[in-house]
Design a protein around this ligand. Structure first.
Ligand code: DC
Length: 225
């Protein structure tokens, strides 16, 4: 059985940063499942597919010519040969991703694509339902959380370092709307798996969170090669 570590949690809980570092330490592959929903939302907008047209979105989800290419600065999302990593990172695409992700058949259409990432020597995946739906047999399931205020603050600092900050109040409002939609959708809502370990990162540094996860992984016989 190829080991899988899942990191689920709300936006801004640090999943992306932490899963990248944990995967690096362990020499594992990485799955950023949110990027798949973001690419789908981006492609739908480009092709004028309505966000309420579930059938057309499913068709698009199945046919996406998408690959993730490891680069020095991280993994790039490449759609039809074009690197769209930057384009999918804004709040509008995040919010559109959350809308398409609320559609049950769209989620089902993306399952195999996500499961194909389980390759030797192992996988670290981050998202909302990796421990509950995509990899129910995962070796270690983590639920990363942090207060909405702290997550908004982190987003703000991230945007500021990219030279394009939105007002903090606006980020907090968007985080609340997206949380609410992700947590309350009927299919695969954001919630910890019954056997997940919750790590509240509100007052933890990134290295502290990474060591905590590596400690938990070691407890399941997953150790750096
Ligand atoms: O993690 P992220 O912010 O890149 O995710 C964007 C949106 O995609 C998020 O608001 C909800 C959705 N998503 C999901 O429903 N299931 C996942 N496994 C990952 C993301």
């Amino acid at each position: 059985m190829i080991p899988v570590i899942t990191l689920d949690g709300p936006g801004g809980s640090g999943k992306g940063t932490v899963s990248k570092l944990v995967a690096e330490k362990l020499g594992f592959h990485i799955l950023d499942s949110g990027a798949i929903y973001r690419v789908l939302a981006y492609a739908a907008l480009k092709r004028n597919v309505d966000f309420t047209d579930e059938e057309a979105l499913c068709e698009l989800a199945r046919s996406l010519n998408l690959s993730f290419v490891p680069m020095e600065e991280g993994v790039s999302a490449v759609l039809d040969g074009v690197d769209i990593s930057k384009e999918i990172r804004n709040e509008t695409t995040g919010s559109n991703a959350s809308r398409v992700a609320a559609l049950p058949r769209v989620r089902a259409a993306l399952l195999d694509r996500q499961r194909a990432f389980q390759q030797a020597p192992g996988l670290v995946g981050d998202g909302r339902d990796l421990g509950t739906v995509v990899f129910p047999e995962a070796t270690l399931k983590i639920f990363l959380d942090a207060s909405a205020e702290e997550r908004a603050r982190r987003r703000y600092l991230q945007q500021k370092s990219n030279g394009n900050p939105q007002p903090l109040e606006q980020i907090l409002e968007e985080i609340r709307i997206r949380d609410d939609r992700d947590r309350n959708r009927p299919v695969a809502p954001l919630k910890p798996a019954d056997d997940a370990v919750t790590v509240d990162t509100t007052s933890m540094t990134v290295p502290e969170v990474v060591s905590r996860i590596l400690e938990l992984a070691a407890g399941r016989n997953i150790a750096p090669l």
